[in-house]
Ligand binder design. Structure first.
Ligand SMILES: [Zn+2]
Length: 237
C-alpha cells in the first residue's frame, strides 16, 4: 500500500510540473509578443522624432536661404546707391535696404528659435534611439530562447504525461479514475499532504484516528472535506 501512496505522490508531482508548463504555454507567447511590440513601438517613435527633426532642419535651411538672398539684394542695392542721380530714387532705395535689414533681423530671430527647437528634437531622437537599443537588446537576448522554450513545451508535457501514464499502470484502475477525475475537477490537485494536522488542500483539520492511519500508510485515505487523496508527505519526494 505504501508503494501505491508513493506512486500517487509521484503522479501528483508530475501533474504539478505539467500544470506549471501549461501556464508557461500561455504566458510565453504573450511575453514574446510584448518584447516584439516594444521594439516596433520604439522604432515608430524614433522615426517620428527623426521626421520632426528633419522638418525643422528644412525650415532652418529655408530661413538661412532667405537671409542670404536678402543680404545679396542689400549688397546689390548698396552698389547701386553711388550711381543714383536723384534724391527721390536715393531715398526709395535706402528705405528698401532698411526694409530688407528689418526682414533679416526678423528671420534671424526665427533662426534662433529654430536652433532651440532643433536641439530639442535632436535630444529626443537620441533618447528614442537609446530606448530602441534597449528594446532590441532585450529582443536579441530573449527571443531565441523564448521561441525554443515555446517549441519544447509540447514535447516536455508529452514526456511528463508518458511518465505519469507509466506510473498509473501500476495502480488499480478505479483509483486511477478517481485520481484523473480530481486532477480535472479539483484544480489539478488530486493528492494532498497533511500540514500541521490539517489537509494541505482545503485546510480541514484531520481527526486523530485518521492521523494515525496516515502515519501507518496502510490504506488510501481521502480528505473528509475536499475528497482528495490525503497522505503524509514522503521525505524523499
Ligand atoms: Zn481537504
Amino acid at each position: 500500500m505504501e508503494e501505491q501512496l508513493r506512486t500517487l505522490a509521484k503522479m501528483q508531482k508530475l501533474d504539478d510540473q505539467i500544470g506549471a508548463l501549461r501556464v508557461l504555454q500561455q504566458d510565453l507567447p504573450q511575453e514574446l509578443n510584448d518584447i516584439i511590440d516594444r521594439v516596433d513601438e520604439a522604432t515608430a517613435n524614433m522615426l517620428n522624432s527623426e521626421t520632426i527633426r528633419a522638418e525643422i532642419g528644412k525650415e532652418q535651411r529655408t530661413v538661412e536661404g532667405d537671409i542670404k538672398q536678402h543680404q545679396e539684394t542689400i549688397k546689390k542695392y548698396a552698389g547701386q546707391l553711388s550711381e543714383i542721380k536723384t534724391n527721390k530714387e536715393y531715398k526709395a532705395l535706402n528705405s528698401e535696404i532698411a526694409y530688407l535689414n528689418e526682414k533679416i533681423s526678423e528671420l534671424e530671430g526665427q533662426e534662433l528659435e529654430l536652433m532651440d527647437k532643433e536641439a530639442e528634437a535632436r535630444k529626443k531622437v537620441e533618447e528614442d534611439k537609446k530606448v530602441l537599443e534597449a528594446a532590441e537588446n532585450v529582443k536579441r537576448e530573449r527571443e531565441g530562447e523564448l521561441r525554443k522554450k515555446i517549441e519544447s513545451l509540447d514535447l516536455e508535457i508529452e514526456r511528463l504525461r508518458t511518465d505519469r501514464t507509466e506510473l498509473a499502470k501500476t495502480l488499480p484502475q478505479n483509483l486511477v479514475r478517481q485520481y484523473a477525475h480530481m486532477i480535472k475537477n479539483k484544480g489539478n490537485c488530486a493528492v494532498v499532504f497533511s500540514r500541521n494536522g490539517a489537509c494541505g488542500g482545503c485546510g480541514f483539520v484531520i481527526r486523530p484516528q485518521i492521523r494515525i492511519e496516515l502515519e501507518q500508510r496502510k490504506k488510501i485515505n481521502f480528505c473528509e472535506s475536499c475528497g482528495r487523496i490525503l497522505m503524509e508527505k514522503f521525505s524523499d519526494l
